[in-house]
Write a protein that binds this ligand. Structure first.
Ligand SMILES: [Zn+2]
Length: 63
């Protein structure tokens, strides 16, 4: 039987089961999440342009 023990990828400490229930995607503990500013291990990658710029680009392509 496999036993998944979730440990923080940053500090190696166990992640609070309640935290895992609330955030099943998380791979880091609450302390590290506070330090990194994100509950997920990877920072969200943005496209590199804001939505308004993106709309302008779409408009430019269509015209
Ligand atoms: Zn941690």
């Amino acid at each position: 039987m496999l036993f998944f023990y979730h440990t923080c990828l940053y500090c190696g400490k166990g992640i609070n089961p309640e935290r895992l229930q609330a955030l099943p995607e998380t791979k880091i503990c609450k302390d590290c999440a506070e330090v990194s500013g994100s509950d997920l291990i990877l920072p969200r990658k943005e496209v590199g342009m804001d939505p308004e710029t993106y709309k302008d680009l779409l408009g430019a392509i269509r015209s």
